[in-house]
Design a protein around this ligand. Structure first.
Ligand code: NAD
Length: 326
């Protein structure tokens, strides 16, 4: 429990990362307002918080202005998986850009601190490995991922312009692949995909030849990074990479999941989708030195906790999947 209780707004608070963040902030003794339009978020994710006296949930779309009184804002609202952000790409850009403008305007009025959940996707298909914060990226501005990548890049621009122009207290974190309980089973992200397929005994679909690598961070580690970044001195604006620098090939991941679930699923290969990066790995030197942060949970431990969650979720049967809580 922290010594000073603050009023904290979490946009996208009913989503995967947002719900874990709300839980952490409540456990730290803060007064938390969760704002979400439930596009990819679920009330089930926050149901256990709803009876906490210092937790409040509000249905609201961040593309519309919001008038509330808070001390800090974590801006997470935005669908994060390609299947969801490509569903309505115009809305995705609006959520990132207009959502950022609205939340920055609110922070300016309140003189509140504001943290932006940016993404490793701002690096696009990187030509530099691992990616330090100084790398400017290789993004295709007109491809199917651009609504997300460019929306997040523009949000970063807005954060830094509010910082320079209005002296706003900003923080920008660039999140790399994060996984854990409460990911959606149908969101097409590789960890949830493989786990659900393995638990159902279905073929595991691997896009490309499986040699492409990703670096997977367990959700609790990432949330610790968020909180450290928010609590860092005001001259620490970021952008700050947060992620796990341990690279795993997608083929290795599939094998590990088959192993941990005891599944008899076999792997089937499919072509790589457009603009899918071949390799992505964070350089977390800054987070290590400035925030004294680094991931602690190894992949096997994190995957086991995630598998346990999906196992319970799937046991509830089709249609009940969204009712489970972690
Ligand atoms: N999980 C990751 O690996 C990852 C990686 C990079 C960046 N991020 C960023 O972190 C944030 C949270 O991601 P997540 O993985 O929890 O995804 P998520 O889809 O589970 O959460 C996003 C939340 O935002 C809500 N939302 C979407 N549009 C909204 C709008 N217009 N108004 C209000 N709420 C809205 C959704 O309903 C959902 O609850 C996102 O901004 C995402 O871009 C996540």
């Amino acid at each position: 429990m922290s010594s000073v209780s603050k009023r904290i707004l979490v946009t996208g608070g009913a989503g995967f990362l947002g719900s874990h963040l709300c839980e952490r902030l409540i456990a730290d003794g803060h007064d938390v307002l969760c704002v979400d339009n439930y596009f990819t978020g679920r009330r089930a994710n926050i149901v256990e918080l709803l009876n906490q006296p210092f937790f409040e949930a509000m249905r609201h779309d961040v593309t519309h202005p919001l008038f509330v009184e808070v001390d800090e804002i974590y801006n997470l609202a935005c669908p994060a998986s390609p299947v969801h952000y490509q569903h309505d790409p115009v809305q995705t850009t609006k959520t990132s850009v207009i959502g950022a403008i609205n939340m920055l305007g609110l922070a300016k009025r309140l003189k509140a601190k504001i943290l932006q959940a940016s993404t490793s996707e701002v690096y696009g298909d990187p030509v530099m490995h691992p990616q330090p914060e100084s790398y400017r990226g290789n993004v295709n501005p007109i491809g199917p991922r651009a609504c997300y990548d460019e929306g997040k890049r523009c949000a970063e621009t807005l954060f830094f312009d509010y910082y320079r122009q209005h002296n706003l207290r900003i923080r920008v974190v660039r999140i790399f692949n994060t996984y854990g309980p409460r990911m959606l089973p149908n969101d097409g992200r590789v960890v949830s995909n493989f786990i659900v397929q393995a638990l159902r005994g279905e073929p595991i679909t691997l896009y490309g030849d499986g040699s492409q690598t990703r670096a997977f961070c367990y959700v609790d580690d990432l949330i610790e990074g968020f909180v450290r970044m928010m609590n860092a001195p005001d001259d620490i604006t970021g952008p700050m990479n947060l992620g796990n620098p341990v690279e795993t090939s997608i083929a290795e991941l599939a094998e590990l999941i088959v192993d941990l679930t005891g599944s008899r699923s076999r792997v089937v290969y499919r072509p790589l989708p457009a603009d899918d990066p071949i390799q992505r790995c964070p350089d977390i030197t800054e987070a290590k030195t400035i925030l004294e942060w680094q991931p602690k949970t190894d992949l096997k431990t994190g995957l086991s906790r995630t598998i346990e969650y999906f196992d319970k979720l799937l046991a509830k049967g089709p249609g009940l999947e969204h009712e489970a809580t972690a």
